[in-house]
Design a binder for this molecule. Structure first.
Ligand code: SF4
Ligand code: SF4
Length: 470
């Protein structure tokens, strides 16, 4: 059998901004690929058959899956993708159609939360993606785009070099002109997507390598500064340091710490992710920290899986497991320690958006809400369909701009319908994605990270400090 007969569509679906061209065409163009008719997966960490057989095909996951919600097609649902993985394990070749359906998965893990049988779809798709990246030929355009993304996004120093030109572009008014003309959208949709996502940059000094606790020291905390977070949201990092110090934590922030590998591992680049993970462990295990704190949901979920990522590495396996045991999302750590810094009132209505990699991948939902409710005057409002991803999903919105914008628009509509003063979330990707979608709809709502709200309350800055943000 040469292909999966899902009766849906051709592999390339340019109108949706997604798709993978036929292997035959790529081979004709000289692009190497797996042997024709060979099995989909090789023996290097193939997806596990026992995890596939855990799926009882009940379909409880379908309505939480953003691609199934968008297109209503079985093979773009978790159950359909698990079926395709099973076909690959039974000897089917890795067809274009299969890869298209795997590529369309956002990795949001809403299906993992929804599944009553505890199917580890997260493990399945991660192992599948690593196989796809090694074994499936991609077009020259796809390869160029992926090369550019992975030569830039996991490198904070390179991202920081973009700050100056980007700030000049924003301040000069050129960005508004370009957006109004629609020219970039017509000529280079990927660049247009990046342009629309770019946040308004703020100048914030980098935190020092060590910040003492205020009052009695309760814990020593290593802190990840991140890639996108440190380049485009340095104010989130500085607020994190202030809040941790106010809550009695000594904060260690070694410079040159690099990327945690989240983007790489979520996109099938396992060897690259392992390199980043080893470097981060080397950097932090010398620090003598009690906890390792993360303020970006996507990074936190992959840091909590270092034990699995490096399980085969004789030098790092144990160290990775020990490191992982110390990893906490910022909200988890603050909830665990309990508050000591007094909270000042912030009379605000707040819509809290669950970042997928915090809620679904880490199961952290209650802690950020409890922290926000602990601030006098804050009233939380629920967002409809909270389990559906906003369409950011790491670099998924760059690789799949059309459906990502559709998911962003749905989320922006649900957020604006709350009538809240402020949207709060804990992931830089979600902040950029929802902000862009709100702007597209001509709507307006202030956006903040959870830690901005805590910081404003502890420092008694009043609601204007949050509402004047854009
Ligand atoms: S991870 Fe998200 S997009 Fe992928 S199958 Fe599960 S619910 Fe659907
Ligand atoms: S909810 Fe779980 S068991 Fe049911 S179809 Fe989805 S993945 Fe399979």
């Amino acid at each position: 059998m040469s292909d999966i007969d899902d009766g849906l569509h051709t592999p390339v679906d340019a109108a949706r901004g997604i798709g993978t061209p036929p292997v035959d065409a790529l081979r004709a163009a000289g692009t190497p690929g797996p042997p024709v008719g060979g099995p989909a997966f090789d023996s290097d960490h193939p997806p596990r058959a026992d995890l596939v057989s855990d799926c009882v095909h009940c379909g409880f996951c379908l309505t939480t899956c953003p691609t199934y919600v968008l297109w209503g097609e079985e093979m773009d649902s978790p159950r359909g993708r698990i079926h395709l993985i099973g076909q690959g394990l039974s000897g089917e070749p890795l067809s274009d159609s299969m890869v298209t359906h795997f590529d369309r998965c956002l990795g949001c893990m809403a299906c993992v939360t929804a599944c009553p049988s505890g199917v580890r779809y997260d493990r399945l798709i991660e192992d599948t993606r690593a196989q796809v990246e090694r074994r499936h030929p991609r077009t020259a355009r796809e390869r160029a785009l992926r090369t550019a993304i992975f030569a830039l996004f996991p490198y904070p120093k390179r991202l920081r070099l973009l700050r100056g030109p980007l700030r000049a572009y924003q301040m000069s008014g050129l960005q508004r002109l370009v957006a109004r003309s629609g020219l970039l959208q017509r000529l280079a949709p990927t660049l247009a997507t990046l342009d629309s996502l770019a946040p308004r940059l703020r100048g914030v000094p980098r935190p020092p390598a060590r910040v003492r606790a205020r009052g009695a020291r309760r814990a020593v905390v290593g802190m990840l500064t991140g890639c996108v977070q440190s380049a485009f949201f340095p104010d989130v990092n500085s607020a994190t340091v202030r809040v941790l110090a106010a809550e009695g934590c000594e904060v260690l922030i070694p410079p040159g710490q690099g990327c945690c590998g989240a983007l790489s591992v979520h996109n099938g680049r396992r060897a690259e992710a392992q390199r980043f993970a080893r470097k981060l462990i080397d950097t932090f295990e010398r620090c003598g920290m009690d906890y390792f704190v993360v303020n970006a949901a996507g990074c936190g979920s992959s840091l909590k899986e270092y034990g699995e990522l490096l399980a085969d590495d004789p030098v790092y396996a144990e160290r990775a497991a020990a490191f992982t045991a110390k990893v906490r999302d910022l909200s988890e750590l603050l909830a665990e320690l309990g508050p000591v810094a007094p909270r000042h009132p912030l009379p605000l209505t707040v819509a809290y958006h669950d970042a997928c990699h915090l809620a679904h991948a880490q199961g952290v939902r209650a802690q950020p809400r409890a922290l926000l409710r602990g601030i006098p005057g804050v009233e939380l409002r629920a967002i409809a369909d909270p389990e559906i991803c906003c369409g950011s999903a790491g670099v998924w919105n760059v690789l799949n701009p059309v459906p990502a914008a559709e998911l962003g628009d749905r989320k922006a509509k649900a957020v604006l319908a709350t009538g809240a003063d402020l949207l709060v979330t804990a992931n830089p990707g979600c902040l950029m994605q929802v902000a862009a979608a709100v702007r597209r709809r001509g709507g307006s709502i202030a956006l903040a990270h959870t830690v901005h709200v805590l910081d404003a309350s502890i420092r008694n800055l009043g609601p204007a400090a949050l509402l004047d943000r854009d």
